[in-house]
Design a protein around this ligand. Sequence first.
Ligand SMILES: [Zn+2]
Length: 249
Amino acid sequence: MSYVRTKGVVLKEVNTGEADKIVTILSRSHGKISGFAKSARRPKSRFVAGAQLFCYSEFVLFKGRDMYSLNSSDVIEPFYEIRNDVIKLTYAAHMVDILDDVVQEGQPSPRVLQLFLNALYMLAKTEKSPELITRIFEFRLLSIIGYAPFVKACISCGTQEMDSVLFSFSKCGFLCRACKINDVHAIDISVGAYKTLRHIISSNLKDLFNFEVSEQVLNELSRISKKYLKDRLEKDYKKLDFLKHFNTP
Ligand SMILES: [Zn+2]
């Protein structure tokens, strides 16, 4: 019988039958992989800990005729702080919505998994703004899958001497003031937002989350990312709208 042993994070769990569930895992070696977890909802199930939402585990799955079935799950990091905080949970669920659209089944995704793990870690273990963590995750994810905005220079004339910078959604990157005529819909962005975007796209993973921004810059990033995501992935992600009911920090 063929089987898969892989590390991954549980992206989705769907209850089925009396006490079973089907879990979808973002795995290092197989991209998205779904497995049938028999009796996983019973309190004494061997999957209770390792097959929960956002849990990072090492999984063994057996290949059946129609789908994989989960044989074991050994917890590496449960990230329980996320499941216990409705704000963190909502941001993580938003990330999952995007991942679900961009990661294919059977396609190894080690860089995407690493980015997601780093984002979950920041969300669970630090006091860093969940909104900022999510913006970093979004832009970096788009960059990994080949949709990075061009942030090295003006995308039209190539100059790096930019006193004031615009962001062009149609050209996917920065424009200098003189090139605004090439996209009249380009929006002004602050130096802070410009430097932050450049950092998110080009820094190494170790330093990726290692900065803070003003509220104004964060608002700019959020405005840009919402439209940029919508344009690139052709979808309006709605889960964060739920947070409007809360007085978020
Ligand atoms: Zn230019």
